[in-house]
Design a protein around this ligand. Structure first.
Ligand code: BJW
Length: 231
């Protein structure tokens, strides 16, 4: 059975109402990434950074999976050997039913203690300076469990192992602007995989794919999944 690795980015959640980063009107056109997405920004102004992610967490909770998330979950449910490596910090893949999933850039629904490194599910409500870590008991260091610039992404060993053994690599809704994920297509090609990009527009790494299909993920992903299922 074909081993498939799917890399997803913000574009797959765009039609669920969650903003992308680098498109017109995207997150990084509204706020400087240096102000919210680095450990230095958190050290400078933890309240502002927490508030930014509290709002993102609320938006993600209100959003629902779309046809693209559901089509990937359906492939897994149909028994296909498929790993999703998502750069997204929302939980729309899980809520669509995907289980074989790796969150490279962390999860909005989790907290991380900047002091002791503990990670835990974050319930309702904002993170504050008074929030205490359940492991070390220290307040003040509770932050969203997301990977900021300069930090090491999660699950890289598993990601590279899967890329080195895959037969098909599909990249969905990502600009390829952020590394190491932007280099995954090279890893897959080195392993001999067929590589396919599904995106609204050509990405920064389109030239590296065997094939690029342009259009909204909610059209392209169900169509590709139907091809895989032979329906
Ligand atoms: C649609 C659509 C629709 C829209 N349908 N498609 C110089 C050179 C190379 C690298 C570096 C460098 N200087 C520094 C670095 C490393 C740095 C990096 O890559 N910087 C670049 C800016 C140059 N990377 C890091 O620091 C990473 N860590 C690291 O490298 O550690 C070292 C290490 C490596 C390896 C081993 C060991 C150690 C960490 C990166 C962390 C990224 N974090 C963020 C924020 C997370 C929290 C949050 O959400 O706020 O992750 S940044 C942001 O970008 C977020 C995303 O996951 C990530 C990728 O964005 P994505 O998903 O591609 O979104 P967009 O907006 O860019 O693109 C959307 C796409 O969708 C577009 O193409 C649209 O066309 C498309 N689209 N609608 C289909 N309906």
């Amino acid at each position: 059975m074909s081993r498939i690795v799917v890399l997803t980015g913000a574009g797959i959640s765009a039609e669920s109402g969650l903003g992308t980063f680098r498109d017109a009107g995207g997150v990084w056109t509204q706020v400087r990434l240096e102000d919210v997405a680095t450990p230095e920004a958190f050290a400078r102004d933890p309240a502002m950074v927490r508030a930014f992610y509290d709002a993102r967490r609320d938006a993600a909770r209100r959003a629902a999976p779309n046809a693209a998330h559901r089509a990937l979950a359906a492939l897994e449910a149909a028994g296909r050997d498929l790993l999703i490596i998502t750069q997204n910090v929302d939980d729309l893949h899980e809520r669509a039913g995907s289980r074989n999933l790796l969150h490279l850039h962390g999860e909005l629904a989790k907290a991380l203690c900047a002091g002791c490194g503990a990670r835990w599910a974050w319930g309702e409500g904002p993170m504050t300076d008074d929030s205490a870590c359940p492991e070390c008991g220290e307040p003040g260091g509770v932050r969203p469990d997301v990977v900021w610039f300069g930090e090491t992404p999660y699950g890289l060993d598993a990601a590279y192992a899967a890329l080195g053994a895959c037969e098909t690599f599909v990249s969905i809704g990502t600009s390829g602007a952020v590394y190491p994920a932007g280099g995954f297509v090279r890893e897959a090609r080195a392993a001999g995989a067929r590589t396919l990009e599904l995106n609204l527009e050509p990405s920064e790494v389109s030239r590296l794919f065997h094939e690029t299909r342009l259009g909204p993920a909610s059209d392209l992903v169900p169509a590709w999944a139907a091809e895989i299922l032979g329906v």
